[in-house]
Design a protein around this ligand. Structure first.
Ligand code: SAH
Length: 383
């Protein structure tokens, strides 16, 4: 299947043209109204874009000739350009996607017997500086546009021959690639609404998961904006250690995070939150850490834990916990009645495992420093 699929990208004559991947359904309807067309036409075009993965207006056969010509003259369907893609021995597939100015991000597809998960990036780099994540070592450049977020799924879907509502190769999406999705709120919500929309990729709410390092006010905002699943990167259940691993914890400590999660559950009573916990040798993998995690989980009884064996990357000071330690940690949680999964490491032979995504980030260190300063001053908040 390699390299035979022609995947279009931003055309050379894009210039002032509008990328239709930047709109969710309402946005596309509004745009059609603006160009003097009936809004339902937008929905026809949307089906072509997301169900048939068609980017050539000329092939949208049930769209009138005049409208097709108008669209060709003013718009395009432009997912990011694939610079490189590679498959791993276990079926995992990784795309390196080119952004402007020499930046690149990664998306990863992870097939399993009963589902296929696409891991999507939200930013070029990341400003949160979590100590054990390779994206952090690259610094931060900018937020991705809606087109660049949903475009990752479009590229993967096209490559995999995904057919919405028929032959779904991508059954789940996790916003767990590069970046902190809640710091790119509007674009990420729009892209997730296209993942969920029946005229988009049509995935159920439990199959679209946003993962956050714990931006408390944005968790509340998300629960009002869209119906998706939530994962929270916890990694330690005591403040001292968590602040060391996830510096954002200084601004939003565990007690506040717990309350935000309780509010999320109160608003969505039948849902659960997954807490991600990356196991690092001698750092957060001891019986006392499991006890702290159990106490934390008691406050969120419907939630579950996802243990991730640490994935090493060049230059890191952390190591993966031993298999026995991981098993003992999981057993301790299970014995306390906590639903605890162990994430199998996938795609690590192509550096596509959690925390190994690198892309290429032209670091705007000053921006990152400014961001962290504002964080310390408490100026990063919803809105
Ligand atoms: N910023 C968001 C999205 C990135 S998610 C968040 O923090 O949730 C990627 C997941 O992989 C997070 O749970 C992250 O903490 C975890 N991760 C990062 N580096 C890792 C590594 N080296 N090994 C294993 N998991 C890692």
């Amino acid at each position: 299947m390699n390299q035979v699929v022609h995947i279009p990208t931003v055309p050379a004559d894009a210039g002032e043209k509008v990328n239709l991947l930047d709109f969710d359904r309402q946005g596309l309807r509004d745009f059609f109204t603006q160009i003097g067309e009936k809004p339902y036409r937008a929905e026809q075009v949307m089906k072509w874009i997301y169900h048939h993965l068609e980017s050539d207006f000329g092939k949208m056969t049930d769209v009138g000739k005049a409208l097709r010509a108008k669209l060709e003259a003013t718009c395009y369907v432009g997912p990011p350009k694939t610079l490189f893609d590679k498959g791993a021995a276990d079926g995992t597939h990784k795309w390196l996607l080119g952004m402007d100015g020499g930046n690149a991000i990664e998306a990863v597809y992870i097939p399993e017997p009963t589902r296929g998960t696409l891991c999507v990036s939200s930013q070029v780099g990341c400003g949160l500086n979590c100590q054990f994540c390779s994206t952090a070592t690259q610094g931060f450049n900018r937020n991705l546009s809606t087109a660049e977020v949903i475009g990752q799924m479009w590229v993967a879907a096209k490559y995999l021959g995904n057919i919405t509502h028929q032959n779904r190769r991508i059954t789940n999406v996790v916003m767990m690639g590069m970046g902190e999705p809640l710091l790119n709120f509007d674009n990420v919500v729009k892209a997730m609404s296209l993942m969920r929309d029946d005229l988009g990729f049509g995935l159920a709410s439990k199959r679209v998961t946003l993962s956050t390092a714990g931006l408390v006010p944005m968790i509340d905002k998300l629960s009002e904006a869209i119906d998706v699943s939530l994962a929270v990167s916890l990694h330690a259940a005591n403040d001292e250690l968590r602040t060391e691993l996830v510096p954002l914890n200084k601004r939003y400590p565990i007690a506040e995070l717990t309350e935000a999660c309780q509010r999320w559950i109160a608003r969505k009573p039948r849902t659960s939150i997954t807490f991600e916990y990356t196991l690092m040798k001698g750092v957060n993998d001891q019986p006392e850490h499991a006890r702290q995690l159990i106490r934390f989980m008691r406050k969120l009884p419907t939630c579950k834990v996802n243990l991730i064996p640490f994935n090493p990357f060049p230059g890191t000071r952390f190591e993966r916990s031993d298999a026995d330690t991981i098993r003992a940690f999981q057993t301790q949680l299970l014995n306390a009645g906590i639903l605890t999964m162990l994430r199998r490491t996938r795609g690590d032979d192509i550096d596509a495992a959690c925390g190994q995504l690198k892309g290429q980030v032209l670091d705007r260190t000053r921006r990152q420093a400014e961001f962290l300063k504002r964080l310390d001053q408490g100026a990063v908040h919803a809105g």
